[in-house]
Design a protein around this ligand. Structure first.
Ligand code: DUT
Length: 154
């Protein structure tokens, strides 16, 4: 069963009222990066390629077509007994952009990242709501202990 937005908000804490939706919580834009070096995914290990931060103009990002790494501004916590799914805000789709996301594991905590596809130039403001996190009950064996645990939390 999927949880209410208030449940998700209580798990994350420290959110603006406007981020709490009926069925989930909106995550906001933290930083934007452009990848500049290749990464690698092997059978036993992986590396993430170097990136450079995209400069904003007083908090406004003007993005041309391309693929960008997004860092969310909000600290996400996935409680035990749950799985998280993140979906793009539909206004992104309506503006020819897409946010690609993956599974959020039980026990994960951090400021996660996603891939923003820009198919038509767009302006995004730092702190704008760009995606919605929903939580569902889930059985799991162990909790997340991968290399992204605690990322971007300092
Ligand atoms: O769109 C997403 C989806 C998930 N995560 C976070 C939460 C998740 O628990 C963690 C790890 O994701 P995943 O397990 O897919 O990463 P991996 O590539 O398999 O790395 P690892 O082996 O370290 O788990 O990254 C994101 O930041 N963005």
């Amino acid at each position: 069963m999927f949880k209410s937005g208030q449940f998700v908000a209580d798990a994350l804490g420290d959110l603006r009222e406007s981020q709490v939706q009926p069925n989930g919580v909106d995550l906001t834009l933290g930083a934007i990066y452009e990848q500049v070096e290749p990464g690698r995914i092997g059978r036993e290990s992986k590396t993430v390629g170097d990136r450079r931060e995209v400069e904003s103009d007083d908090g406004i990002y003007r993005l041309d077509k391309g693929g960008y790494i997004i860092e969310y501004a909000d600290r996400v916590v996935i409680p035990e007994g749950h799985i998280g799914f993140l979906l793009p805000r539909s206004s992104l789709l309506r503006n020819s952009c897409m946010l690609d996301t993956a599974v959020w594991d039980a026990g994960y905590e951090g400021r996660g990242e996603g891939l923003l596809e820009v198919h038509h130039p767009i302006e995004l403001e730092a702190g704008a709501r760009i995606a919605q996190l929903v939580l569902a009950d889930a059985a799991h064996k162990g909790t997340y202990e991968g290399s992204y645990q605690g990322e971007n939390l300092e």
